[in-house]
Ligand binder design. Structure first.
Ligand code: SAH
Length: 241
């Protein structure tokens, strides 16, 4: 019996150690890479200490999950650097009751962080395998206020518009007009814009007009232009007139 208890304790210690270790790595990541660089929103810092970032990177990269850099997630895409996730989340100025649209689901990590900061997250991913795996991952981890859609982010998600806030995590050349349309009056959009030289911008919609603020130079993967754009309506066949 004693032996049995001993093994049980030993087993749970072995199981608990890595978890504990990851949470310590997250604490350190948030303190040294995010808070010390000026992200002060306590809700953002707390969310990033909580979300298990190592579960959003490929298993063979788990040891690097808390590094101060983006990491590959397959299909030539990346999970953003922790500092950028923290900064963009703070720039959205979420208070807890918002409906937020994210373009570029990727691993689902940014969506998971947002899910702790607002009421509902709608996130769109253009690459089907990434959309499917992020949806599965977010479900398994129990984030129930996130909807993942496979589709083209340039078109937004009109069904759920308008959004209180929009975040774009791949870089378009220009601010996508459909996203501006789907932003609520008084809402904020945070996005990188540009080809080689990109700028992180905050776009606010005030009385129907947009006001842009440049934050910092950044480097994101480019936003992919869908090949199957909305097809133009077929002309009626003259013979059927
Ligand atoms: N937010 C992600 C990282 C984003 S990487 C995370 O937390 O892991 C950028 C993502 O945007 C990629 O997964 C890429 O496939 C996606 N993307 C690129 N162009 C897109 C488009 N037009 N519509 C939707 N998603 C797009």
């Amino acid at each position: 019996m004693k032996r049995c208890v001993f093994f049980l304790i030993l087993l749970s210690a072995i199981n608990a150690y890595p978890q504990d270790n990851y949470s310590r790595q997250r604490e350190r990541m948030v303190e040294t890479q995010i808070a010390q660089r000026g992200v002060t929103d306590e809700r953002v810092l707390a969310a990033m200490k909580k979300i298990p970032r190592h579960k959003f990177v490929p298993i063979y990269l788990r040891g690097f999950a808390h590094r101060d850099s983006p990491l590959p997630i397959g299909y030539n895409q990346t999970i953003s650097q922790p500092y950028i996730v923290g900064l963009m989340s703070q720039l959205l100025e979420l208070r807890g009751n918002e409906k937020v649209l994210e373009i570029g689901t990727g691993s689902g990590y940014q969506a998971a962080v947002l899910s702790l900061l607002c009421r509902e997250v709608y996130t769109i991913e253009i690459l089907k395998p990434l959309a499917d795996s992020a949806r599965r991952r977010l479900e398994q981890l129990g984030y129930h206020n996130i909807e993942v859609k496979h589709g083209d982010g340039y078109l937004g998600w009109p069904q759920y518009a308008p959004f209180d806030a929009i975040i774009v995590t791949a870089a378009p050349d220009q601010i996508p007009p459909k996203l501006v349309e789907q932003l609520k009056e008084g809402g904020r959009m945070v996005l990188p814009v540009g080809k080689y030289f990109q700028t992180l911008k905050v776009v606010r919609k005030v009385k129907g007009q947009i006001k842009e603020e440049n934050i910092i130079p950044v480097r994101f993967v480019p936003m992919i232009k869908s090949k199957n754009k909305v097809k133009p309506k077929k002309k009626k066949c003259p013979c059927s007139e």
